[in-house]
Ligand binder design. Structure first.
Ligand code: NAD
Ligand code: AKB
Length: 315
């Protein structure tokens, strides 16, 4: 990786990933792009361009102009927003990905493609969810994630494109707020805990999901792209895992730092239904064996770091 294009760079993952990529490969070698302007460090610390991934020509021009050899393709519509506009979710998540892969084929780029716990559904074994198992998701977001995994495999097998990816769990971070997913509660709760000392959760107290702190997600994304290809059997869509919790368990962990914090529940049937269909815990053995994946943050370490950084940000 010498010249990197990041799509969807203004979002929750991009705003952390771009900063780390710039530190590692040099600011001038990382072009951040999105259809909306970034906030904070992504806009200030290096080049940024408006690039709509659903436009093949625009994507190709960006890759050619920047002489990119690697694309981190983050542009997407997440689960809850996707249910409000399935057509748009399909166009961005699959149309945008197909454009990206096709440009990568012609311009000889490697591509990082994030999948999600959303690529699984109610008939998947939920605890633990194996690397290779039933994938019959019931959201449009999940449908695009499964198809995206297959498309990434296809472009590798058929055209030799160096496609790689992980299935992110729900991600928790403090730099940029999440973009409309089912796991967003696990970020909102921190903002409300600091600002108001209470939070009304849209999932049930016992809704367990697989979750990860953003520094681990960024580490995994870079490590899988730098992994020795000879060792990669799965290549795309590696399960990765770090922690599993319910809203109740997360609230208890926050209470250790903010003893008066309270949580109550006003369950949203749409997002609860989505959460019920997703894995409670991913089996990440393949990632551990094929590229030595290992997370740094458990629940308590994540909560402590989130509160320290978010308090500074909100001060
Ligand atoms: P996000 O919603 O925060 O950011 C996505 C970005 O894509 C936004 O900034 C949006 O403006 C941009 N975008 C939308 N349409 C576009 C288009 N046509 N062209 C270019 N950019 C466009 O999402 P995120 O959380 O940063 O997710 C990044 C990737 O990680 C996605 O593929 C997502 O499915 C995956 N993922 C995220 C999580 C999570 O918890 N955040 C979990 C699993 C997987
Ligand atoms: C969402 O909730 O939609 C995302 C995801 C787990 O993919 N955070």
């Amino acid at each position: 990786m010498k010249r990197i294009l990041v799509t969807g760079a203004s979002g929750q993952v991009g705003s952390d990933l771009v900063v780390t990529l710039r530190e590692r490969y040099g600011s001038e070698n990382v072009l951040a792009s999105d259809i909306r302007e970034p906030e904070g460090a992504v806009g200030r610390g290096g080049p940024f361009e408006i690039v709509d991934c659903t436009d093949h020509g625009v994507m190709e021009q960006a890759v050619v102009r920047f002489k990119a050899d690697t694309i981190f393709h983050l542009a997407a519509i997440l689960s809850a927003v996707g249910e409000a506009d399935p057509h748009r979710a399909y166009e961005v998540n699959l149309g945008g990905l197909e454009n990206t892969l096709d440009v990568a084929r012609v311009r000889e780029c490697a591509v990082f493609i994030p999948s999600s716990i959303a690529a699984f559904g109610p008939s998947t074994p939920p605890d633990p969810t194996p690397q290779v198992t039933i994938q019959r998701p019931t959201t449009i977001y999940g449908v695009t994630k499964v198809a995206g995994e297959l498309l990434a495999d296809y472009f590798h097998l058929r055209f030799g494109v160096d496609t790689r990816g992980v299935r992110y769990p729900g991600l928790i971070s403090w730099v940029t707020e999440p973009g409309g997913g089912t796991t967003d509660y696990a970020v909102e709760i921190f903002y409300e805990a600091i600002r108001k000392g209470r939070y009304t959760c849209f999932l049930k107290p016992d809704a367990q999901l697989d979750m990860m702190y953003m520094p681990d997600a960024i580490k995994a994304s870079i490590e899988v792209m730098e992994a020795d290809p000879v060792r990669l059997i799965n290549r795309n869509a590696f399960n990765i895992a770090a922690m599993q919790f319910t809203p109740e368990k997360l609230a208890d962990a926050i209470k250790k730092h903010i003893p008066d914090f309270t949580i109550d529940y006003d369950v949203d049937p749409l997002r609860q239904g989505i959460a019920d269909s997703w894995p409670k815990r991913l089996d990440d053995t393949a990632a551990r064996e094929e590229w030595d994946w290992e997370p740094d943050y458990d629940l308590d370490a994540m909560v402590e770091d989130m509160l320290v950084n978010l308090r500074k940000k909100l001060a």
